[in-house]
Design a protein around this ligand. Structure first.
Ligand code: UDP
Length: 462
């Protein structure tokens, strides 16, 4: 009898941010449901924060996904305080050392690695893969529009805003014109975070090392730009991953979710509640929180608000919200967002427009008030408002430093919930939900792309 072949083994290496962990876990589950052996690799101190995932039980979390960790010299608390630029260096140093040994261990255990999937903030993974002669793909976790914007900037294929011309518009193939405050902010000459651009752009210097760019988007959502990107890069849209692998996000939460808020939503009228969340990194300043709170009170709508103190405010201060606010809604530190957005009581979503939140809103069919702060969020906000036509943008220019007043909050909430324009946005949102669900169903564009990816891994491993 011929010896049985070990199953294909895909190793996903993840950057330790919530907005990275969620799509990576979802992809891990999805690939595993296609019969592949999947190992999810992350640094140890972050793994220790992941709820319901214990590093001592490597198959915890999603049933069939294996977990493995590399030592980063940090503990659960200290890792949260490492500045991002240092974190990138620390991970590269620790990861470059650990990955080859892990690969050897897997091979010795009878599970040689067939393919790596790397993450935009840790492009060195593709170097390690090349040096070990293992195929490598990347999972791009922002929109295809952001991808092409970074690509054109990196390769100097189009003029972008400069210190001399900071308000220049950007024109790219397959894209609507981007105003200067719609270009991913790390590419803008005024960004206080140029190292983030450097880090993201490194991915483009490493593109030659990867055989495929899996993308957390779907063909029907960004058809023109995906078509254009396909002319210079092998791109496979496989999203929205949260719709095809719902169960996988749980073990990845870095903050304990307040599950009582779903019970609270059950007691609200259908289509009545505003859900507000700024993702895992952005936190509103005390002043902005006060304006938001008064805007909510002025709107008269019940609300569920994920609010946390800023880094400068420390771990657990009073959020300083107006008296009586909590009689009208619920404030939590972390919500089970997929469940919340899917809830019939939720009318609209005030979002910072991180790409995961954007796709979660699209997949749940909820109109949005787009309140972007930095990075690709400003580009996502443009698409939500003008291309997908499911929302309005709140605040313009550098909202990171500019205060959005209560009147503006109230006006935007009315605009997405009352009147003919709101009805149109609701219909558009419902249509996107149907398109997103169709993309991940058997035979849908994303499902087909995942199957093609699996076939390609197979071919490359013989
Ligand atoms: N999220 C959540 N509960 C919250 C806030 C956020 O589960 O209370 C999840 C959200 O569903 C999304 C991720 O955290 O999957 C945030 O990613 P995103 O790209 O939207 O923003 P980032 O945190 O990277 O800025």
């Amino acid at each position: 009898m011929a010896p049985t072949e070990p199953p294909l083994h895909v190793v996903l290496v993840c950057f330790p941010g919530q907005g990275h962990i969620n799509p990576f876990l979802r992809l891990a589950n999805l690939l595993s449901s296609h019969g592949l052996r999947v190992t999810f690799v992350i640094n140890l101190s972050t793994a220790r924060q992941m709820k319901s995932l214990s590093p001592s039980s490597p198959s915890a979390g999603a049933a069939a996904v294996h977990f493995d960790f590399f030592e980063d010299g940090q503990d659960e608390e200290s890792i949260k305080r490492v500045p991002l630029d240092h974190l990138l260096t620390l991970l590269e140093h620790a990861g470059r050392k650990a990955l080859p040994q892990m690969v050897q261990n897997y091979a010795e255990a009878g599970n040689p690695v067939s393919c790596f999937v790397s993450n935009p903030f840790i492009p060195w993974v593709s170097d390690v893969a090349s040096s070990l002669d293992i195929p490598c793909a990347v999972l791009w976790i922002q929109s295809c529009a952001s991808f092409t914007t970074y690509y054109h900037f990196h390769n100097k294929l189009a003029p972008f805003p400069t210190a001399q011309d900071p308000e220049r518009d950007v024109v790219l193939p397959g894209m609507p014109l981007l105003k200067h405050d719609e270009v991913p902010s790390f590419l803008h000459p005024t960004t206080p975070y140029p190292f983030l651009a450097t880090s993201i752009l490194q991915q483009f210097a490493h593109l030659g090392n990867v055989f495929c760019v899996l993308m957390e988007t779907f063909e029907e959502l960004e058809p023109e730009v995906i078509r254009h990107v396909s002319t210079f890069c092998k791109v496979k849209p496989v999203g929205p991953l949260w719709l095809s692998a719902r169960a996988s996000a749980g073990p990845g939460d870095l903050i304990q979710a307040d599950n009582d808020c779903v019970g609270w939503l059950d007691g609200q009228l259908p289509g009545s509640v505003v859900y507000i969340s700024m993702g895992s990194i952005v936190a509103m300043t005390a002043e902005q929180r006060a304006e938001m709170a008064h805007g909510l009170l002025g709107s008269g709508m019940p609300f569920l608000w994920v609010a946390r103190p800023t880094m400068d405010e420390g771990d657990d201060p009073d959020l300083g919200l107006p008296e009586g606010l909590e009689e009208r809604g619920k404030v939590v530190r972390w919500a089970p967002q997929e469940e919340v957005l899917g809830h019939v009581a939720v009318a609209c979503f005030v979002t910072h427009c991180g790409w995961n939140s954007t796709l979660e809103a699209i997949g749940a069919g909820k109109p949005v008030v787009a309140f972007p702060q930095w990075g690709d969020q400003v580009t996502d906000a443009k698409f939500l408002e003008e291309v997908f036509r499911v929302g309005v943008r709140m605040g313009r220019g550098d909202t990171w430093t500019k205060l959005v007043r209560r009147e503006e909050v109230e006006r935007c909430l009315r605009e997405v919930t009352v009147g003919p324009r709101a009805e149109e946005m609701k219909e558009n949102a419902a249509r996107w939900k149907r398109e997103a669900e169709a993309a991940v169903k058997p035979g849908g564009s994303s499902e087909r792309n995942v199957r093609e990816f699996v076939e390609e891994v197979k071919k490359r491993s013989v």
